[in-house]
Design a protein around this ligand. Structure first.
Ligand SMILES: [Mg+2]
Length: 388
């Protein structure tokens, strides 16, 4: 089996409300859909997030395309190693991994289809068939965030997530309001996205917010500040999760060596492949450290591909990330997936287990042509989102 065609399509899907984070605003996602076709007529699906932009990701994919064509999908690990080591992408790992992960997903999808197995079987079987996710509450005023939280409770979610600012007064208001809304038994986690570093406020933030029973504080400090994260863990007694710090396999090991995290959030795009995600999960399982899926802004291909890894490691029991609570649509058949008690069900069909909905792909591909791409780092808060 050989790859004979490598197609890319940028689809832009708006959020139902803007996302605010430490690096600006996000009004939607513009992800690259990959279709790898074989000489036997199979088509494997992959997806790359718009990080830093979909144009950059497309350029990287174009540079990698000649090395992917005419290859056997079963050689996926060797091919990815060659892209990094022989063709220089290990010098640009964070950007290169966005692209290799998309190619890798499509190769795995082909391997699953050819062997007629869902991917989790190829990773050694499922520890669980229901994959838990959090409910994402976008940043706004405390009353509206509490209303969102109530919606999540009514939909059966057990874990809630919000991004915080470098503003103690605001943070105490919104965390207090959301904790009141969800009651004492649901899990509540917060993400500073590195924004408490330079101000030196992390320790005070954690102590005061910790009164609201926070599951963990995600990435309070700059991604490279392992000593600082280790110090916060020791001095506050609260759990710290590494996300931006766990971008590659080597960086994840450095975090653990520095005792800088209680938990790790990462994904196939940070790490470069589903195989790397699986390796990291099992390595951390040996150390008793939980792993969750981080999300750049995923559509169904990335979501379902990662579920096979989340099923196939013993330490992926905690709620993973998803943007579906604010995402207007998807490009897979069925559109936005249905959650049941905060979980998605592991697919049993061969490969990743999703199919493209051609009408949806066309609609959201045209949206890119008409409106341009969404940015993960927009400076404009008031860009219009569309109703669908
Ligand atoms: Mg994060």
């Amino acid at each position: 089996m050989r790859i004979v065609d490598f197609r890319t399509t940028v689809v832009s899907i708006p959020f139902t409300e803007p996302e605010t984070w430490a690096f600006g605003y996000v009004h939607g996602i513009s992800n690259v859909i990959i279709e790898l076709e074989t000489d036997t007529g199979l088509v494997g699906l992959g997806e790359c997030p718009h990080f830093p932009t979909s144009r950059v990701v497309l350029e990287v994919l174009n540079a990698m395309r000649p090395f992917v064509l005419d290859r056997d999908p079963f050689d996926h690990a060797v091919l990815l190693h060659e892209l990094n080591q022989l063709h220089g992408w290990h010098h640009f790992r964070r950007t290169g991994n966005m692209a290799t992960a998309g190619i890798d997903m499509a190769l795995w999808d082909l391997v699953g289809q050819e062997t007629r197995q869902p991917l989790y079987k190829l990773f050694g079987g499922a520890f669980r068939k229901q994959i838990p996710y959090y409910f994402y509450i976008a940043d706004k005023d405390a009353y509206d965030m509490a209303e969102d939280a109530k919606r999540g409770v009514s939909e059966g979610f057990e874990t809630f997530y919000l991004k915080l600012r470098n503003d103690l007064t605001h943070n105490l208001q919104v965390v207090g309001a959301v904790r009141d809304a969800i009651g004492p038994h649901k899990k509540l986690r917060v993400d500073a996205n590195e924004s408490w570093s330079e101000s030196g406020t992390a320790s005070e933030m954690m102590r005061k917010l910790g009164e609201f029973d926070i599951e963990f504080f995600e990435q309070p400090l700059f991604y490279y500040d392992h000593e600082g994260a280790a110090r916060l863990r020791r001095t506050t007694g609260f759990s710290v999760a590494a996300n931006q710090s766990a971008w590659t396999e080597a960086e994840t090991l450095a975090v653990i060596k520095a005792e800088a995290a209680d938990l790790v959030l990462t994904d196939q795009h940070q790490l470069g492949s589903l195989g790397a995600f699986h390796r990291v999960a099992w390595t951390l399982a040996a150390l008793g450290i939980p792993v969750m899926k981080h999300v750049f802004g995923d559509l169904g291909i990335t979501t379902y591909a990662s579920m096979h890894v989340l099923a196939a490691a013993p330490n992926c029991t905690k709620a993973s990330q998803t943007h579906y609570s604010v995402l207007a649509d998807d490009v897979i058949e069925g559109g936005v997936p249905m959650f049941h008690k905060g979980c998605l069900t592991l697919p049993e069909t061969p490969g990743i287990g999703v199919k493209l909905d051609r009408k949806r792909v066309e609609r959201w591909s045209n949206y890119t042509k008409e409106h341009g791409e969404f940015s993960a780092f927009d400076v404009n808060k008031d860009k219009k989102t569309v109703s669908v």
